[in-house]
Design a protein. Structure first.
Length: 252
């Protein structure tokens, strides 16, 4: 079953109006037509619709039934990522949506690819949002992942509260690390509203940055002897965290 993300203005009573880029994608690219049935997704609900009319640049579909899409399970997974090269970031965006990450907070750091959001064009933000929407449609989740503009790593660390409200960890190859699973298993017995995973860009974290993270009480963790690429580290950390915290069970 094909799924497409719509905006609130597309929904009108028992009908869905399709135009613009959405129309182009559904009818020119995916070759849907009058009588075609598919799902459209908006704010945690999926609507099964049937196309009733197709004009030159717009179409109408009627809602046949609706269902509630389960919300993301808690603790909500949030990924703080020192901005890597843009193709790497795009790979992370796609897979993070599929893995149920709620938010990605971009960070500027000593080794990050860019140092401020001014270095990112509007076209890039638009492209990244399209990647998020496409991955949301493919995975069938009911809400869009949030992508936040870069913060300086130092400011982000100041905002963290790893002792009371957040489970926080960061991948690190230096000293004073604990194996990821050894750290997570005791945490599974606690009730966390959110879990932050912090990942460096190409080059990782500087010694001073790692020290600042540790000083804040954020745990450095190891994933073994191999050095992982940024995109591999992100998805591996999310996967292990979800498994150990019981977030890979299907909703009832």
């Amino acid at each position: 079953m094909r799924r497409y993300w719509i905006e609130p203005q597309n929904l009108s009573g028992e009908a869905v109006q399709l135009s613009g880029d959405l129309f182009h994608h559904i009818f020119d690219v995916c070759r849907q037509n009058v009588g075609s049935k598919f799902e459209v997704i908006l704010d945690g609900k999926a609507y099964l619709v049937e196309v009733t009319s197709v004009q030159k640049k717009e179409a109408t579909a009627k809602i046949i039934e609706e269902r509630r899409i389960p919300s993301l399970a808690t603790p909500h997974i949030k990924l703080a990522l020192c901005v890597p090269r843009f193709p790497v970031l795009e790979a992370v965006l796609e897979k993070a949506v599929e893995m149920g990450v709620q938010t990605i907070q971009l960070l500027s750091s000593e080794y990050s690819f860019i140092k401020s959001s001014e270095k990112i064009s509007d076209n890039k933000w638009e492209r990244w949002q399209k990647i998020i929407v496409s991955s949301t449609q493919q995975s069938g989740r009911g809400e869009l992942m949030q992508l936040q503009k870069p913060l300086p790593l130092s400011k982000f660390i100041e905002q963290m509260d790893p002792h009371n409200h957040s489970l926080c960890l960061f991948g690190y190859e230096g000293e004073d690390v604990i194996d990821l699973q050894d750290y997570l298993r005791p945490q599974a017995q606690k009730s966390w509203p959110e879990a932050w995973i912090i990942v460096g860009g190409e080059g990782g974290f500087s010694t001073q940055e790692a020290h600042s993270l540790k000083e804040k009480g954020i745990q450095p963790v190891s994933m073994g002897d191999q050095i992982l690429r940024v995109e591999t580290a992100c998805i591996a950390l999310v996967s292990v965290l979800k498994y150990e915290l019981g977030l890979m069970r299907k909703s009832e």
